[in-house]
Design a protein around this ligand. Structure first.
Ligand SMILES: Cc1cc2nc3c(=O)[nH]c(=O)nc-3n(C[C@H](O)[C@H](O)[C@H](O)COP(=O)(O)OP(=O)(O)OC[C@H]3O[C@@H](n4cnc5c(N)ncnc54)[C@H](O)[C@@H]3O)c2cc1C
Length: 416
């Protein structure tokens, strides 16, 4: 019987690994606790009511439907036993010959998990819809609020963390309040909403080169975002964020600060880094097991500059493809090869028509940067339908300033 390759996670790493095995003489099983792949770089657009959930997600089963050697199973993997080549699922077990673990990462609250309730992070479609609901409800509640202090708190939004996600969220919040909702209400002026981006480090977008960081800051400020750097949050409570002695009274807080690896890594019984990521070998295997590969956000591997490779889609995609090449080499009894990351660049968008893009040899910002960002993101969306829908949706909201999806669905967040 042909070797059984099990892939845990149908995110960027897992999906590209499964695809790379399409002509390989192996049986592939993709396990994911969700039935869909999410294009995470556009999650903030769902959170900010510009796109609907279905525009940026597709069932994993559907994406791989033409691949005869793959089965996709909905399963929550709770532990891995490498010595027995076995996975423990929430509702059973599964054996493998080769394993690729690509279960990604989640939010970290630096030991303050109690902040999660007040300050949700953005990782899944559910998170995006929750944030959308909180933001739109804040405007709705402000419209009915007669007390000016309460109203001000309802119209104050704080984003914690000045990485690409925080910058994109803050820019999109500014845009939704200054443009999209500007004329929708009778008793409040949405353009008076205050948006503050808090970053503990000395600048936003710290992984970008200096001129682009400054461009991003200026673009945010032009949109009306207050950018506070060197502002380490010390407490998040309902309606109140503390930065040392200072406090901001705000009803809506979004967390874009910390990342913690999927807890599955810890069950492998091999060394982890401080974020819980698995310290892998250069060939992407784990110490002691040449048939177990860990890739993407869950993996910790130093790049050519000696620093850990970033948690970005391209790292996960390239690792996914490389892991499958090494599996094929192992089947053919060839030595495994070390992984080398090819950096294709870094991007972040700021509001409706501005972005910074660093391709190493070329740096773009402003409108040109945004066009590059738009092109790359649409191109990388899974499925032709999604690409077309998102393009049309974008063009529509770009030219009309309309937010297509302003529905508030689900339960209301807990009142402060
Ligand atoms: C809001 C946001 C914006 C981003 N923007 C960008 C960007 O602009 N550019 C960029 O390059 N990168 C961006 N990233 C980072 C990028 O999305 C990640 O680096 C990439 O998704 C990592 O791929 P992965 O395969 O390791 O994990 P993921 O894509 O996160 O996939 C993990 C999969 O594993 C599944 N899973 C997890 N645990 C289990 C379990 N126990 N059992 C079964 N299944 C499990 C999950 O359901 C998920 O489908 C962004 C991330 C976020 C959250």
């Amino acid at each position: 019987m042909s070797p059984h390759v099990v892939i845990v996670g149908g995110g960027f790493g897992g999906l590209y690994a499964a695809r790379a095995l399409r002509n390989a003489p192996v049986r592939v099983t993709v396990l994911d606790r969700r039935n869909h792949h999410v294009f995470q770089p556009l999650l903030y657009q769902v959170a900010m009511a510009a796109l609907s959930a279905g525009d940026i997600a597709s069932p994993i089963r559907w994406i791989l439907r033409r691949q005869r050697n793959v089965q996709v199973l909905l399963a929550d993997v709770t532990a891995i036993v490498p010595a027995e080549r076995r996975l423990i699922l929430a509702d059973g077990e599964m054996d493998y010959d080769y394993l690729i673990v690509a279960s990604g990462a989640t939010h970290a609250y630096f030991g303050h998990d109690e902040w999660r309730r007040t300050a949700p992070g953005l990782k899944t479609l559910e998170d995006a819809l929750d944030i959308r609901r909180r933001v739109l409800l804040a405007f709705e509640r402000a419209e009915r609020e007669s007390d000016p202090d309460r109203r001000r708190a309802l119209l104050t939004f704080v984003v914690i963390g000045g990485g690409p996600t925080g910058v994109e969220m803050a820019g999109a919040l500014a845009e939704i309040s200054r443009q999209s909702l500007a004329r929708d209400f009778r008793h409040i002026d949405p353009t008076s909403a205050r948006i503050t981006l808090l970053e503990a480090g000395p600048s936003v977008l710290s992984t970008f080169p200096e001129p682009l960081r400054e461009n991003a800051r200026k673009d945010l400020e032009r949109l009306g975002v207050t950018v506070r750097t060197g502002a380490a949050v010390t407490r998040v409570a309902p309606g109140r964020i503390e930065i040392g002695q200072d406090a901001i009274i705000a009803e809506t807080v979004i967390w874009a600060a910390g990342v913690a690896a999927s807890p599955l890594g810890a069950t492998l019984g091999v060394p982890l880094d401080r974020a819980g990521r698995v310290l892998i070998n250069p060939d992407l295997t784990i110490p002691g097991y040449t048939n177990v590969f860990v890739i993407g956000d869950l993996a910790s591997l130093a790049g050519e500059n000696g620093r850990s490779l970033p948690g970005v889609a391209q790292v996960a995609i390239q690792m996914g493809k490389h892991a499958t090449r090494n599996i094929m080499r192992s089947i053919e009894q060839q030595p495994l090869r070390a992984f080398h990351y090819v950096d294709l660049g870094n991007m972040a968008t700021i509001g409706r028509a501005s972005a910074v893009a660093d391709f190493g040899w070329l740096r773009l910002h402003g409108y040109i940067g945004w066009l590059a960002w738009l092109f790359v993101h649409i191109l990388n969306l899974i499925g032709f339908r999604n690409r077309l829908v998102v393009l049309v949706q974008w063009a529509w909201s770009y030219f009309t300033y309309q937010r297509a999806i302003r529905l508030i669905t689900g339960d209301s967040p807990p009142a402060a």
